[in-house]
Design a protein around this ligand. Structure first.
Ligand SMILES: Nc1ncnc2c1ncn2[C@@H]1O[C@H](COP(=O)(O)OP(=O)(O)OP(=O)(O)O)[C@@H](O)[C@H]1O
Length: 743
């Protein structure tokens, strides 16, 4: 294309894109006007109010969505071959239609079926597409475009990796990293697209090496599923689980940039309402807590709290003594246990049987034959209200809380031994011991969740309280509305402005009430919430106990699990997907693989591949899409030289990000040394860097990373594959044979 032709074509694209933004602005105004109108309506029947709430939600969501697509609204264009039904289709972040022209699509949402050829068409299989164009833009200005002509003469384009829109893809990959992940909606590749659009039901595992876009794919899949199954999924919500809060912050913007705000992002440590478990503990302790056998340990711990007298318990009652013997209590306990109810609800049966026995005893003392049924009921009620008897019942079958049981278990060696002696060897039990009220760690959360199941947390009171608060809020809102209505009848024009102010306050309150009702937020407060779909990133890190918790949140087993067994760092993490999943779905899960590495350049991957071969010769590293021409470097130097090395890297990446990755034992030392005011520089352990990426990575003391855990080589592999442009290794101790290529 000549430069004149290019300029003219760019102007045409600009004109079209400008009309799209005009349309977007008009839609925003319209949604805002409708929202204002809805919020201004007052009073009415309860049904009218409910309808108003629904409309408020609808317009607020629409406004948020329209606000989120400002950058890169339209990013693609397809021109079809002349004989096809379509001619030209623009692809963008959401759908826009022309109401004046029979709702002709002006812009097609990337998730709509008609947009698919944009991601799938190849020269060999063009799907009716003649030309695919990627539009580049900055704010609302179109700055350029890249074309691909899809005819067979171009069939060898995209080399053997089969890349679509290669120029646009490479341009995206070469961008400096900002510390926040960005969406890939303009350059999704065919192998990724198939995963993003896979059917909703069932368990799908996406296995792929580092940088193959697993995280990106998982998030775009969430957006796709919400678009395609909106009705079903907005009520139950979608849960995305990530390995830690650093990671969640890193990915936090992707879904909002795709117009989706209703997804719950959480770590396992956040999946027990009311807790944000972020305590730290030795790796070995985490491993023991994650073992499946802990479910039996906890079941024993709860059973141990259901006691019987040895052999008799004497209770003072009204200047007399009542006796509870072992047999009576054992029978009551057996009946309560056989009910298969959890501990707290089963308590009612135990208490009832014991009270019956005590009532009979007290009646005998009073001369049984003289008493009628009413007398017996009165005695029973008195016994039930007696403090000593309540204390005895509490000793035998206490009301429990998950937190209380777990705290007691880990702080009291006798309890721990009793529950775990036959299940865990002495050294593992020692690892579980902690001080009372120790900070909860992420590994405690599935244990608390398991206990909540065993104990059956009685949330009746909380529920009643919630209902009461809802009623109060509603009554308050109605009161304000009534006042407004009366005022509006009597006040003159000028004073109406006062009611406008009041309206605004009320609107704000309604907004708050509405947001409290999103599925994601309700789910966050409710342990028993089950999600419409569950997505797990870095799924290889989860322990057997983590999986039990997640499966409870997904009884319909509609799940997308993304991860890489070669990157497993957790001692209790996955070695094979089958092993992890078979207890829950047997063989009913499907595997998808991603094979192209979009992050790490070939020069760095060559080093990482050698480490992978040592982890397991059967595993193969993904192929890199690009080379940088910059070989990784390696020096032997003391850590005192790190400030200089880090500064050099910062200037090399010219505004990009640098991470200094350290073995966990050196985190404090190196952080203090680098004490960086520059937010583009971070010091992280390899564990924390999992899932993240940086323009440049400096790995310190690789030998200590390898020696630091039973899966040290996996950790080394993770560390080497975090860089998008430059990699350096600072050796302080022994050489690591797997890195010998670096010299
Ligand atoms: N189709 C694509 N277009 C543009 N960028 C892409 C594409 N696919 C992946 N990327 C980019 O490649 C990088 C790696 O992606 P991502 O973090 O999702 O990989 P991953 O498989 O989760 O890696 P890891 O296993 O190391 O955590 C990201 O910067 C992502 O934006």
């Amino acid at each position: 294309m000549s430069s004149d032709d290019f300029t003219a074509e760019l102007a045409r694209e600009q004109a079209y894109v400008t009309t799209l933004y005009e349309k977007l602005d008009a839609e925003r105004l319209d949604a805002q006007r409708r929202l204002d109108e809805t919020l201004r309506q007052t009073g009415g029947t309860p049904q009218a109010r409910t309808e108003r709430d629904v409309a408020t939600t609808l317009y607020t969501d629409r406004l948020a969505q329209l606000g989120s697509v400002e950058q890169g609204l339209a990013f693609g264009r397809l021109d079809f071959v002349p004989e096809s039904a379509e001619e030209t289709t623009y692809i963008g972040r959401l759908g826009l239609f022309d109401e004046d022209d029979d709702y002709k699509p002006l812009l097609v949402d990337w998730r709509a079926p008609v947009a698919r050829p944009f991601y799938l068409a190849t020269a060999a299989s063009p799907e009716g597409v003649r030309r695919r164009r990627h539009l580049r833009s900055l704010t609302r200005k179109v700055t350029g475009f890249d074309d691909e002509i899809l005819d067979l003469t171009a069939a060898d384009q995209g080399q053997d990796l089969g890349l679509a829109g290669e120029a646009a893809l490479l341009a995206a990959l070469e961008q400096r990293r900002t510390g926040e992940m960005s969406d890939i909606v303009a350059t999704i590749q065919a192998e990724q697209d198939r995963i993003i659009r896979a059917p909703l039901g069932g368990v799908m595992v996406v296995q792929g090496g580092p940088g193959t876009g697993k995280t990106a794919v998982a998030l775009h899949r969430a957006a796709y599923l919400l678009y395609t199954h909106r009705q079903q999924l907005t009520t139950r919500g979608v849960l995305v689980v990530g390995p830690n809060s650093t990671f969640l912050r890193y990915i936090g913007q992707v879904l909002p940039s795709l117009g989706e705000t209703g997804v719950l992002l959480a770590t396992i440590g956040q999946l027990y309402p009311g807790l944000d478990a972020d305590g730290v503990e030795p790796r070995e302790t985490t491993e023991v807590k994650g073992r499946l056998v802990m479910a039996d340990v906890l079941a024993n711990a709860v059973r141990d709290r259901q006691r019987v007298p040895e052999p008799v318990m004497e209770i003072e009652y009204e200047h007399d003594v009542l006796k509870l013997d072992r047999k009576t209590c054992t029978d009551a306990r057996t009946r309560a246990r056989r009910s298969r109810r959890p501990h707290n609800p089963a308590r009612r049966l135990f208490v009832s049987d014991v009270l019956d026995a005590l009532t009979r005893q007290a009646a005998r003392k009073l001369g049984e034959d003289l008493l009628d049924g009413q007398d017996l009921a009165d005695i029973r009620a008195e016994l039930a209200a007696d403090e000593n008897i309540a204390a005895a019942l509490n000793e035998l079958w206490p009301v429990l809380t998950p937190e209380g049981v777990l705290d007691d278990l880990f702080a009291d060696r006798e309890r721990l031994d009793s529950a775990a002696r036959k299940l865990l060897p002495e050294e593992d039990r020692a690892l579980l011991e902690s001080g009372r009220d120790a900070r909860w760690t992420p590994a405690d959360v599935p244990l608390l969740d398991e206990l909540a199941e065993l104990i059956g947390v009685d949330d009746t009171e909380a529920r009643v309280e919630r209902k009461r608060r809802e009623r109060e809020d509603r009554a308050y809102a109605e009161g304000v509305l009534d006042i407004l209505e009366q005022d509006e009848e009597i006040i003159d024009e000028e004073l109406l402005r006062v009611s406008d102010v009041l309206d605004a306050e009320l609107f704000a309150e309604r907004q708050q009430a509405r947001s409290e009702l999103t599925a994601a937020q309700r789910a966050a407060q409710d342990r028993t919430w089950t999600f419409g779909h569950v997505i797990v990133d870095e799924a290889q890190e989860l322990s057997a106990m983590d999986w039990r918790l997640l499966m409870r949140r997904s009884p319909n087993r509609s799940m997308t699990l993304v991860g890489d067994v070669a990157q497993t760092g957790a001692a209790g993490g996955a070695r094979s997907w089958g092993e992890v999943l078979s207890p829950y779905v047997e063989v009913r899960w499907r595997l998808e693989q991603l094979t192209v590495n979009y992050r790490t350049p070939a020069e760095i991957m060559a080093v990482a591949a050698r480490v992978l071969a040592e982890v397991d010769p059967a595993l193969s590293a993904p192929s890199s899409v690009r080379e940088t021409g910059v070989p990784p470097w390696s020096v032997r130097a003391p850590v005192s030289e790190l400030p200089g090395l880090a500064a050099r890297e910062l200037s090399e990446v010219d505004g990009g990000t640098v991470a200094v990755l350290v073995p966990s034992g050196r985190l404090d030392e190196v952080s203090a040394l680098l004490g960086s005011p520059d937010e583009r520089l971070s010091v992280l352990t390899v564990e924390r860097a999992k899932g993240l990426e940086f323009d440049s990575v400096v790995l310190v003391a690789p030998d200590e990373v390898v020696a630091g855990s039973p899966r040290g080589l996996n950790d080394l592999y993770v560390a080497l594959t975090r860089a998008t442009r430059r990699l350096g290794v600072v050796r302080t101790g022994d050489d690591v044979p797997a890195l010998s290529v670096l010299g």
